[in-house]
Write a protein that binds this ligand. Sequence first.
Ligand SMILES: *Cc1c(COP(=O)(O)O)cnc(C)c1O
Length: 349
Amino acid sequence: MTEVIDLRSDTVTKPTAEMRKAMAAAEVGDDVYGEDPTVRKLEQIAAEKIGKEAALFVPSGTMGNQVAAMTHLQRGEEVIVEAESHIFYYEVGGLALLAGAQARTIPGRKGFMEPELITAAIRPDDLHFPRTGLLCLENTHNRAGGAVLTAEQTRLMAKAAQEQGIPVHLDGARIFNAAIALGTDVRVLTAPVDSVMFCLSKGLGAPVGSILAGTNEFIRKARKNRKVLGGGLRQAGILAAAGIVALEQMVDRLAEDHAHARFLAEELANIPGLTIDPAAFPTNILICSVAKLGISAARFSALLAQHGVLANPVSATELRFVTHKDVTKAQIKTAISIVNQIVKAINQF
Ligand SMILES: *Cc1c(COP(=O)(O)O)cnc(C)c1O
């Protein structure tokens, strides 16, 4: 059987041996009654690490973002989002369905929206207009290839909303990747925003779970919204135990994923027919065009899969490669040689 090298996403990571041990040994209770000591411990550690007063354990990043939207927004309000953002693009219309909000998109450059565009999108007080109730940011930016927002960019965007009394939510599913790439404390990146969500799964390797963080008051309300979505879990300490290991042991090693991505990008850039600018991808997500080969990204992805390399098409001509803890340097090298073989075969025709 050919070995499978799975570069589709960092969501495919499996829990570590330490996580499984911690899960087996976790002290648990009914978390809906607030009686699970391991969940409480995770929420405390997470709040501390992310630099907010309080934190809430949620089953998924999507639920974290949606609970944040429900908590910040009133029905019929407008939420400003970046046009390619996860919360707008990949969350099944939840802003409309769950928060009852209307999304207003602004184009960004690698996730950065010009503050003047944000200011211009904020609705004046007018009988005809919805009230602007929230601004959402995303760091790292998924569809922009793991692009990083600096603390200064975050501050500038947040200020445009906050100076008009509008709160700011950060979709920080991969915020620790951003902090590692910038070599900064993650709290510098979250300080400007009112609430933040990050994933314990994905690169940090926990099997399940995300964190929503903000003020004590915000989290108290968010807890109720989590409950209405069915996210009130009982003996969730089993899951939270893995989250604690993720936060304590798995953050610093994200640098390795970034180094692997860099190496992969540089090697792909040398293959004739492929187009990728390694400098454009500072974290663990790469986007590579196969347009010059005259083949669709879907077809290229299928050819790769026949050789045991998994990578998803993200447009008609582009493939996405994501590095993570369960792909070794040796496997990256194997993947590169398989890409090379396939490209050579295509170029022969
Ligand atoms: C993965 C992701 C989410 C959602 O996380 P799930 O746990 O898959 O629901 C939200 N935002 C971004 C930017 C993501 O990459």
